[in-house]
Design a protein around this ligand. Structure first.
Ligand code: NAI
Ligand code: MG
Length: 364
């Protein structure tokens, strides 16, 4: 069996702390399961800037393309905010460079309610118990990348800033297939979000998702909701949603909203994949990372919640190794450790990153 190649890019501040914790879990389970792995570690973000004067070197980009999976901590921090680079976003943000070069357009952002954390959410128990939502976000197009974009001086010296929201049919078709594939694997229900009442991209989105669903996934029930009403409904009755599909901007918004059900930012993993996956499949070249940022305010204290990074490793087992049983085992173990009261500071506890990680490893 060929070794599974994992590239670990800790990034900045708590990024390396939670990445090391997640790697401990990864190594423990791959050793236990006799899965041969090769782990390479390198720099990304500010850590890369300080050594190489670029946020992502060509060497790291090449290693990422050769890896079976890439685990990222988080990048950024105030030290690097003032650096001005006159170039495309791929030069100003190392993680964005990797996302674009690996064409990981399928961003999966799961959030579930954890029994021991129900009282850490703003919800009454009976509203959120059992909530388990997968947001599928289009991750490489739309208004964040549309050209032209910029700023100029318009009439009467007014500053004008603008960007373009743009989608091609193929971009919507491919992300629709990703979401429908995920839905087929779960409850066969998909909710697709758009603003087709006011946006041209929204109209094309709704038509295209509807067509792919009818032609290729007749077994999946699809509901199209307008984005504003959908946010209201998801916040009100999270348990009535399963797979939620949205474009880049709306997916960014809805995934944070859905994150509330998990009790803390420190509980939210993500996977950015270069295509659709169903259980048992293995997909190469995905980027797996916690949803949270580099948390400079708690950097170096050893108190960051490692669970989002550890759940990102669970997603590596599920999607890159095709071992959903191991992914499930990590989730169940996390829930047990939380039930034992082992919480980090974001959840109101006193446990350190390492205590939580060791607690999880001991039970695995
Ligand atoms: P953040 O997610 O880093 O922090 C927000 C708050 O949540 C902070 O109080 C932080 O201490 C807490 N927090 C986050 N993760 C935690 C964890 N695992 N355990 C315990 N507490 C945790 O967001 P913020 O402060 O807006 O951004 C900080 C830096 O991170 C910025 O430079 C930003 O650009 C960058 N960032 C990077 C991302 C990435 O690499 N994907 C995503 C979001 C932000
Ligand atoms: Mg966001």
């Amino acid at each position: 069996m060929q070794s599974f190649k994992l590239l670990a890019l800790g990034g900045d501040h708590i990024g390396p702390e939670v990445t090391m914790a997640a790697l401990d879990v990864f190594q423990h389970l791959t050793t236990r399961e006799q899965i041969p792995v090769e782990i390479d570690e390198d720099l990304l973000g500010g850590a890369s800037w300080d050594v190489h004067q670029t946020f992502c070197t060509d060497d790291v980009a090449a290693k990422a393309k050769a890896a079976d999976a890439i685990l990222v901590g988080a990048v950024g921090g105030p030290e690097w905010d003032a650096i001005e680079i006159d170039g495309p976003i791929t030069e100003t943000d190392g993680l964005t460079r990797l996302r674009i070069e690996l064409d990981v357009y399928n961003a999966l952002r799961p959030a579930r309610a954890w029994k021991p954390l129900l009282n850490k959410t703003p919800y009454r128990d009976n509203v959120v118990t059992g909530s388990n939502i997968l947001v599928v976000r289009e991750n490489s197009g739309g208004i964040y990348y549309g050209e032209p974009r910029g700023r100029d001086t318009a009439a009467q010296g007014q500053q004008r800033a603008y960007e373009i929201s743009e989608y091609h049919t193929f971009e919507i078709e491919r992300i629709a297939r990703c979401a429908l594939t995920a839905a087929r694997d779960r409850k066969k229900q998909l909710v697709s979000l758009d603003k087709s009442n006011v946006m041209e991209t929204g109209k094309l989105w709704r038509e295209t998702v509807g067509r792919i669903a009818r032609d290729e996934f007749p077994d999946v029930t699809v509901r199209h909701l307008l984005m504003d009403f959908a946010l209201y409904e998801i916040a009100r009755k999270p348990t009535e949603f399963d797979v939620v599909l949205a474009d880049n901007l709306f997916g960014d918004l809805v995934s944070d909203l859905v994150g509330i059900t998990a009790g803390s930012l420190g509980m939210l993993p993500s996977a950015c994949l270069p295509g659709p996956v169903k259980s048992g499949d293995r997909i190469r070249g995905g980027i797996y990372e916690p949803t949270h940022g580099s948390a400079p305010d708690i950097s170096g204290l050893g108190i960051a919640n490692p669970i989002a990074a550890i759940l990102s490793v669970a997603m590596i087992f599920e999607y890159a190794l095709g071992r959903s049983g191991l992914a499930k085992e990590i989730e169940t173990t996390v829930e047990q450790v939380l039930a034992d009261g082992l919480f980090t500071v974001d959840l109101g506890g006193k446990a350190t990153t390492s205590e939580v990680t060791q607690g999880i490893i001991k039970k695995l």
